[in-house]
Ligand binder design. Structure first.
Ligand SMILES: [Zn+2]
Length: 1014
């Protein structure tokens, strides 16, 4: 037979596009449209419904950037359409570009009942099936004229559209056709048949019989279609396809569990307030689709997004609640938001699960067992323990498929964290969280699946995200044809838990991946938007203090524990850990608001802390230092207050002039030489005699690199940034400022001021840096070349630290050229090491070189600032402050302690008497992560602790003030007793713990009998 394959394929494409798809709506009638544009920010629904409208015609411009317009749409179904299915097709002025990144709408009935969302690939509203003819129709549309930030067509260009204040007021859209239309369901089904078969055909081997069977059937179907009467001949065409559509899938076909989904970024290229509406539109769409499609299942993550519906869109919330009760609208993920997981600190990462799971439990009675993080930029090695401690067992992400260097070897595996906790993990091989059930996507999933031969199934999150409204009826129609179709993977709608149950059952011994899931992309998200990073770190530390001092004051003085305030502030901080806010990849509007929010929270938390400390300290004139850190310092116990000791009161050692210029800071334990350039040329540990700074090198060295990645400006720093750059060694002023050496430099359009000081009584150089930053597309690093031969270094992560090699032997290490740490980095040789701690930075690199003298220099560099221009063209412009400290002679214990210290400065107050700690621990390795009252407001005390050094530890935890330690129990993160936990009662009012390396435990201690019977 002659080969006409390409001829038939081209025919299918053109006839579908130009004849069959348009015939889905064969007859149309115009609607009357009126508009009212809200003068400023979005108005309540009732106000929008009642607003005065004026007529607007098709083709008329509307919608200033970020504006809201209310459309009134009215019309009458033509009488001659009686008996047909009729719907409205409402084109707000959609462009062919992706849904979710342009105008969107939510359709209401005149009484304010939401109907469904509108976007470019889902613009219909059903009128009736069948209609009687003559019906009056009326809807209102709340339409958002969100600007398309990539309207130029060239991605990642600086744009003023990312903030209301710079976006101008030019109309963004032109009203499209707003029509009533007859809906021909047979033609619509024919479209789905042909799309499924055409897409499948393209994935099949050309030399296989199945491809040709489909080709012949398609050819016959196209012959059967009369292009002058598509509606009248569509069924005949479908009949020609029935045979090839009925052929079942092979027994070995890959099995895809499709989960209806809409990945909605809680803020990104739009402000937080718009996400509330994106969620409302999407949830309205999905509850409508669930009502129409009995097999469809939809999963929505992020408790925050449910909470927004509950608070702001009660009419949508009620529909969601009903669909959740039916088990088909599935809350998934058990987290407050889909957060970043690299940067959130231990407690914050835990609270993401606490607040997410609790919301789903309280509102729906659902115990989420799947962590759902499809789009998060890498996964810290501390996460598995937190996931398990929250009562979650499984994790889903697809993001690691974005890695540019190495291909991850598994799709289904056990992920093991720093403490040995293992979580059953699945990476959907479809490599997308916006699957559309297209043939190419499904075939890719099947081919890509690395567990072939030992496992058979994968998950496909299916639907448009980001306000694109989720899954469409077309996707559901395609899935229906793919339940069992020869040549294709099978497709079934399933909730995530159902997928995981089957995946676990068929794969009882999956492979194991140990350590972090590092994303070999988006490394600059550890640095971009430095003030957002600082706000997060500061908030986390303040929340620790607020809980500690409030709980202590509540136990001691009856101080009212601020449950409401802490709950609200925690949720706000957790929201801002969303994977485009904390990573710094949102528009200017988001980060401007974030800075203001963090400032407001800091004020509130400082107020809570001051009130609790005032209650504890009482009236008096005794100078007290409150120590919120988990280690004693300056004569003040951890979690207590006392008069600071003499060294602590005296502060830092005064600088003395250095021969050859500069200054020497020598406190008898550490001798630091600052040269005339303001660089640290020596930091000698006087206890061991070891020099920390590498020979002929200088520490505290600011280095500036060009930083213009190939794409994803706020997200990416590309490896070539290190090829060029220069050291900032020119000093404009070097002076003594109190007990510090003051260094001032100017470079480019920027200035930097540093204060270097050595406190009395400790081996530590404090470095306080203020940068007035006005560079563009440059990367600022703070370097410490150390005379240490370290094959690996330790970087703090949640509830422990992770080791990374300092070499680049393999492509896996080479790709980790920028990585995350929390409060400390530590490098050492046996018996001697150095820590670098910080109060606000996360990105860093550690490299090594061998010198001519044979020694090894290990260079630790903290990443301070970048200046990408997309999506925020003014990223990082302005004043920034950083605290770092160099700790020569530091063990890992010292690194842990100094990390806490740097983030929890003591607070000086005056009062009546010292304050004894509520909780004391007799072992340094066991670190208190949180002291708080139980969230259930029972008054029970909750203490979370972890082994921080990476070894075994036994500790006695003593609790003062009327808590019944004899009834203390270990709990999960939600403060629920663990069923099989060992007893922890140590007698005599103590709790006894024996912890494995990095093990974290939550201890719940009930209130004791009140001796006064009050
Ligand atoms: Zn995302």
């Amino acid at each position: 037979m002659h080969d006409d394959r390409q001829l038939v394929e081209a025919r299918l494409e053109r006839v579908l596009r130009e004849r069959i798809r348009p015939a889905v709506h064969p007859r149309t009638a115009p609607l009357d449209v009126e508009i009212w544009s809200a003068p400023g920010e979005p108005v309540p629904v009732a106000e929008g419904l009642a607003a005065p409208t004026r007529p607007i015609a098709e083709g008329a411009p509307w919608g200033s950037p970020w504006g809201t317009s209310w459309f009134k749409v009215t019309g009458e179904v033509p009488a001659e359409w009686a008996g047909h299915t009729v719907e409205a097709v409402l084109d707000l002025g959609f462009t062919p570009r992706a849904p979710g990144f342009q105008c969107e709408g939510l359709v209401y009935r005149p009484d304010g009942t939401p109907v469904k969302g509108l976007h470019p690939r889902n613009s219909y509203v059903r009128v009736g099936s069948p209609v009687a003819g003559g019906e009056r129709v009326e809807w209102r549309i709340e339409a958002a004229s969100n600007p398309d930030l990539d309207a130029s067509g060239v991605p990642f260009q600086p744009t003023p559209m990312g903030d209301l204040s710079t976006a101008g007021d030019a109309p963004q859209y032109v009203l499209g056709a707003m029509r009533l239309a007859v809906f021909d369901e047979t033609v619509w089904d024919l479209v789905a048949d042909l799309e499924v078969l055409g897409e499948l055909m393209a994935e099949l081997p050309v030399d296989g019989a199945r491809r040709w069977e489909i080709l012949r059937a398609v050819s016959r179907a196209l012959d059967a279609v009369d292009l002058q009467d598509v509606g009248g001949t569509a069924q005949a065409a479908r009949d020609e396809l029935a045979g090839v559509l009925a052929a079942p899938a092979a027994p070995a076909a890959h099995r895809i569990s499709a989960v209806g989904h809409a990945h909605i970024d809680s803020a990104w290229l739009w402000p937080l307030r718009e996400t509330v509406r994106k969620v409302a539109r999407t949830a309205s769409n999905m509850t409508a689709l669930l009502a129409d499609e009995p097999e469809f299942v939809f999963a929505m993550s992020q408790a925050q997004q449910f909470a927004w519906l509950k608070e702001h869109r009660p009419e949508v919330w009620e529909k969601v609640r009903a669909a959740v009760a039916d088990g088909r609208f599935v809350p998934v993920g058990g987290m407050w938001v889909e957060s970043d997981t690299n940067m959130p600190g231990s407690e914050a990462m835990a609270r993401q699960f606490v607040h997410g799971k609790r919301f789903f439990l309280d509102e729906f009675g659902i115990e989420s067992e799947e962590a759902w993080l499809p789009d998060t930029f890498g996964f810290a090695a501390g996460l598995p323990q937190i996931i398990k401690a929250a009562g979650v067992r499984r994790l889903l992400t697809q993001k690691i498929s974005w890695s540019r260097t190495n291909s991850f070897p598994h799709h289904t595996f056990l992920w093991e964290g720093v403490d040995g906790s293992r979580v059953f993990t699945h990476f959907p091989p479809v490599d997308s969280y916006n699957c559309e059930i297209q043939g190419a996507q499904l075939a890719h999933a099947a081919r890509n699946f690395k567990e072939k031969g030992v496992a058979t199934r994968s998950l496909a999150p299916t639907g448009y995200g980001d306000g694109g409204g989720g899954t469409t009826r077309e996707m559901v129609a395609r899935a229906a044809r793919l339940r069992s179709l020869e040549g294709s993977p099978t497709v079934h709608w399933e909730a995530p838990a159902a997928f995981f149950d089957k995946a676990e059952a068929e794969y009882p011994n999956p492979p194991v991946w140990v350590g972090e899931l590092y994303l070999e992309l988006h490394r600059a998200t550890l640095t971009s938007q430095a003030q957002t990073k600082r706000g997060n770190r500061r908030s986390e530390s303040l929340l620790r203090e607020a809980e500690l001092w409030s709980a202590t004051a509540a136990a001691r003085t009856g101080f009212p524990y601020p449950y409401e305030e802490l709950d609200r502030i925690w949720k706000t901080v957790l929201l801002h850990q969303f994977h485009d806010i904390l990573p710094g990849s949102s528009i200017a509007w988001v980060h401007r608001e974030a800075r203001a929010t963090y400032a407001r929270l800091a004020g509130e938390l400082d107020g809570l802390i001051a009130a609790a400390q005032s209650a504890l300290a009482g009236e008096g004139t005794v100078p007290l230092a409150f120590n919120g850190a988990p280690h004693a310092r300056g004569g003040v116990p951890a979690g207590g207050a006392a008069a600071p000791d003499a060294e602590s009161r005296a502060g830092a050692v005064p600088p003395v002039p250095r021969r050859g210029g500069g200054y020497v800071l020598d406190n008898g334990l550490l001798r630091v030489e600052v040269d005339a350039r303001g660089l640290v040329v020596s930091a000698r540990d006087l206890m061991s005699g070891r020099e920390a700074v590498a020979p002929d090198r200088a520490a505290n060295l600011l280095q500036l690199h060009p930083d213009f990645p190939n794409q994803w400006d706020a997200w990416d720093v590309d490896a070539f940034y290190r090829n060029t750059g220069h050291d900032l060694t020119e000093v404009t002023e070097l002076t003594v400022d109190g007990a510090a050496v003051r260094v001032e430099r100017a470079f480019g359009a920027s200035r930097v001021t540093q204060l270097l000081s050595v406190p009395l009584g400790v081996r530590r150089l404090d470095i306080d840096t203020e940068v007035d930053w006005h560079e563009r597309e440059r990367f600022l690093k703070l370097a410490f070349p150390l005379d240490v031969k370290a094959d690996r270094y330790a970087a703090e992560t949640q509830f422990g630290h992770v080791h990374r090699p300092t070499h680049q032997n393999t492509s896996w290490e080479w790709a980790k050229f920028e990585a995350c740490n929390h409060r400390f980095l530590h490098v050492d040789e046996p018996g001697w090491g150095v820590a670098v701690v910080n109060d606000a930075t996360y990105g860093h690199d550690v490299t090594r070189t061998v010198r001519a003298d044979g020694g090894t220099t290990t260079t630790v560099r903290a990443s301070l600032l970048r200046a990408p221009r997309y999506p925020d063209p003014e990223t990082d412009q302005g004043v920034h402050r950083f605290h770092h400290a160099l700790v020569p002679g530091a063990t890992i214990d010292d690194a842990v302690r100094e990390g806490y210290r740097a983030n929890l400065p003591e607070r000086r107050v005056t009062g009546a008497a010292p304050v004894a700690p509520l909780v004391t621990v007799d072992e340094d390795a066991v670190v208190v992560s949180a002291v708080k009252l139980a969230d259930d407001r029972s008054g029970d005390l909750v203490v979370r602790l972890y082994e921080a050094h990476g070894g075994r530890a036994r500790a006695t935890v003593s609790v003062a003030d009327g808590f019944a330690t004899g009834r203390a129990v270990l709990t999960d993160l939600l403060e629920r007793p663990l069923p099989d936990a060992p007893a922890v009662d140590g007698g005599q009012g103590d709790v006894r713990l024996a912890l494995r390396p990095f093990q974290m435990v939550t201890v719940r201690i009930p209130r004791g009998e009140d001796p006064d019977g009050a």
